[in-house]
Design a protein around this ligand. Structure first.
Ligand SMILES: [Zn+2]
Length: 303
């Protein structure tokens, strides 16, 4: 190789460098990491997001409404959970999801043989639009009381659907109970994903024995982890592991494998939603991703 050729190659390398950087900055998404393996399956932030949200169509298409256990029913879409708890004094709705889904949820409630107009209480897992944007419309349609964890109220107030104010009729504190028609739900602060992320617990009876139901708030860590958020997650992972659980549910059906369980439900046999063995699977996945992200951030791998 002549000196001149070498010089030309070096010059080319110098030019290639900045162009490559510029191309990535403009066009390509950041790398999808960390990756963790839990019980033999590998997860990344992007795979979790895809599992949780699916397509635009998945987020708005009705999933067949069904009974989960005793008086707890699924009335959400393919990828956004909405639960209705039926009581003789009216019904509790957990997660109104996007406002555009409210008519679909109302249809599901009515198809199950209940009246959407009997919804008396609206609760939520966390102040993100895909879970609670529809609260104002549900209140408008039913007159229900909207209750929310105090730490999520500022974010809820900032979440307007059209020109509607986000209603909050009662602010809840960690550990507080709400009761309607003999059903009691306890609100547990599981902050991190949002400041007031709320996991709900209740006890139901089936076949003459009690079962503990946990409706988990998302534990998915955001891209940038501030010291406050790290402290919240450290507390929340411990807390959710301490909740008594036989029936794990979540604010996205993918968090508790609803599709497979619903398929099993159709073939009869024991209730597939009673699944104590998998009560902590989602927590294990999210905690592994969180710990790996904290480590990467400390090493300067993430901004
Ligand atoms: Zn969220």
């Amino acid at each position: 190789m002549s000196g001149l050729t070498l010089f030309a190659l070096l010059a080319a390398a110098v030019v290639v460098g900045p162009i490559a950087t510029r191309t990535r900055a403009q066009g390509q998404p950041p790398p999808d990491r960390p990756a963790v393996t839990v019980r033999g399956q590998t997860y990344t932030p992007r795979s979790i997001l895809a599992r949780n949200m699916g397509s635009e169509e998945d987020q708005t298409t009705q999933f067949p409404p069904h009974r989960v256990i005793e008086n707890i029913y699924y009335v959400g879409t393919r990828t956004l959970s909405s639960f209705m708890i039926a009581t003789p004094a009216g019904h509790i709705l957990i997660n109104s999801t996007y406002e555009r889904n409210v008519p679909t949820i109302a249809t599901s409630v009515n198809q199950l043989g209940f009246k959407f107009s009997d919804v008396k209480m609206v609760l939520g897992t966390h102040a993100h639009r895909d879970h609670q944007e529809g609260d104002a419309l549900v209140k408008q349609m039913t007159g229900a009381q909207v209750m929310a964890m105090a730490e999520d109220v500022p974010a809820l107030k900032a979440m307007k659907a059209g020109d509607k104010e986000h209603p909050v009729d009662r602010m809840l504190r960690d550990g507080e109970a709400v009761t309607l028609g003999g059903t009691t739900l306890v609100a547990h602060l599981a902050a991190g994903h949002t400041r007031g992320c709320t996991s709900w617990t209740t006890t139901v009876q089936e076949g003459g024995r009690p079962y503990n139901v946990v409706i988990n708030c998302s534990l998915r860590a955001p891209g940038t982890l501030t010291p406050d958020i790290v402290a919240e997650f450290n507390r929340s992972f411990k807390l959710v592991r301490s909740l008594r659980c036989d029936v794990p549910l979540g604010d996205h059906p993918g968090q508790y494998n609803m599709r497979a369980k619903y398929a099993k439900l159709q073939s009869g046999g024991p209730n597939p939603f009673i699944d104590a063995a998998n009560c902590h699977l989602e927590t294990d996945i999210q905690e592994a991703l969180f710990r790996a992200a904290v480590e990467e951030q400390q090493k300067g791998g993430r901004p």
